[in-house]
Design a protein around this ligand. Sequence first.
Ligand code: PLP
Length: 467
Amino acid sequence: MKKENHIQQKMFQELSSKGIFDKVQSYGYSYLDKALERNVYPNDEALSNLTAFEHELQEESIGAIDVIAQLNDYGSPATVSQIGGRYFGFVNGSSVPTGMAAKQLATFWDQNSGMQVISPIASKLETVVQGWLRKLFNLPASTVAGFVSGTSSANLCGLAAARYRLLKRQGWDINNQGLNNAPPLRIVTGKHAHSTILKAISILGFGKDNIEWVDVDDQGRLVVDAIPELDSKTILILQAGNVNSGAFDPLDAACTKANDANAWVHVDGAFGLWAQAVDNLKHLTKGLEKANSWAVDGHKTLNTPYDCGIALCEDEDALVSALHMTGSYIIIGDERDGMFYTPEMSRRSRVIELWATIRYLGKSGINEMIYGFHERAAQFGREIVATEGFEVLNDVVMNQVIVACATDELTERVNLRIQELRECWVGGASWFGRKIIRVSICSWATTEDDITRSVKSFENALTECKK
Ligand SMILES: *Cc1c(COP(=O)(O)O)cnc(C)c1O
């Protein structure tokens, strides 16, 4: 007689009946049907119903259908409609349907992309996508890719590689000798560097107080003439895509300076690196290939599902050494072992949906989709400027629009009111001492009508706030 414990029996039953999987499919389909038209942000009822999750963990296993139903009934209404066309918060992006579908298949596969021996398919796709990315971004042939959770992690990896290489050149092995008494490295970056750069600088022990800050112009671009004398002990951190204005540091001139001094250049290109793959935007990333490491997201501009960042480095030995690990049980494959390029050992195979998205779009699809973000951003800029009471504070070079009202107080109230109206969602920030509303266009689903409808919501919010 088969000996199966109770929970095991139950799970075999779930797997063979497919009942929960059918349920998820039908819940998912009805979610998709509403995604483009529903309120962008969950309503108050949905938010207060989240208390339905606040229960003590029960003793007994419950029905699988009940678990899934609870998620659907109370979770779905409390989601933010990221995949629709009117979410303009942060720099987020939607999901290309083929990528979403590939992720579903990948869920069944449940592959660990740590080593080739654990998942030959993940190893193959990582190698293939690495090659595609090299070409799409016009990077040196030696460039390798680590598939990480996002640009926060990719920035950390790039700067860890830089730290390894610059210290090694001075005869210091950071892995064995550590930070104590290590020769100091210099960090030079623009005053508008993203906060995840500062996080990486803290984690790696460089110390934020030691940063040599470079002035920026009115778009947030680092001023090349203000870069201090560089040397081979310096990491210069540049930005391709300012998180507010979308502006690009002058990569070509800054990289040339750094190359001449044998400094390391890391580029934070979370969403902006993709400009390189767009015919009419690639002038923004000129000189990109002269850097040493780059961080970029799939889940922003490319519209892959979340949890998709890429660390790129032209110095394979530096990246792999910085993230090194060993163990007698590790099996080195004939082909790529993904864990040597990432901080993690076990990782889900996020490359599957990245591969599917790029394969589906092709070069011209990527070109067209991303240029579309720029066109919609430009449209938003034109329409909002034509609306009484609003101004645009940046040059719309890519997909970001900075909007402000007459006073800081009004800008903040209008922003809040737009959020309450739920027609679209935008967040706020400060820009050279002024309160602003940030509009980030990076969903494939955003149409001209979505823009006009959202501008109308801005107008309505302002009218109400002025009453
Ligand atoms: C979004 C963003 C990051 C952080 O990326 P995550 O994928 O959220 O970790 C870093 N830098 C810039 C410029 C960004 O826009």
